[in-house]
Design a protein around this ligand. Sequence first.
Ligand code: CA
Length: 221
Amino acid sequence: MRILVIEDEARIRTFLARSLEAEGFVVHSAEDGREGLARALAGSYELVILDLLLPGLDGLTVLRELHRRCPELRVLILSARTDLATKLRGFELGAVDYLPKPFSLDELLARVHVQLRNPHASDDGRVLQAGRLVLELTQRRARIGDTVTDLSDREFRLLYFLLLHAREVVSRERLLSEVWGYHFHPGSNVVDVCIRRLRKRLGSEAPIETVRNAGYRVEAT
Ligand code: CA
């Protein structure tokens, strides 16, 4: 699913893109209102995350135009403007949700998932599976047969990414960038340490394979 982030603050924009990509979304971003509006109208997005205080064109104007020209497109406002009048104006102009800044990533992700949830699947039943390994997305835990393992945030993200790319070899560099958000090599083996811990916690049946000199792969049989 495709998400467009319209946000002028580079730090937040990058953080959002990275976090949403780690959840498996395709994320594009725009740094001002005019560019954001053009992109939103040109691309086929399932959701737009929209800041309000933007250069070029302010967020409420972007929202009004979007709603007029693409009434189906869902827009979630993420803004430091938290006064009731602005909020109500946002909903009036067609926003489906409004989250004040500063925000918690977990809450944002939960709200994004609510907006994009498959209407035919219950949220509690959302899983990713590879062979006997089942990752329960809402409960953030892994299951192999009857053995259930609660995962830390990092372990969950790592496993989620590997499962999304089951059968593919995923390099350490890619995991560092997608799961840890490092775009440089930290000079430590954080990925290997986390994989080792995951294997230990999941037990001997964990289908995570080391591919020599290449990375890791989750087996799907
Ligand atoms: Ca802003």
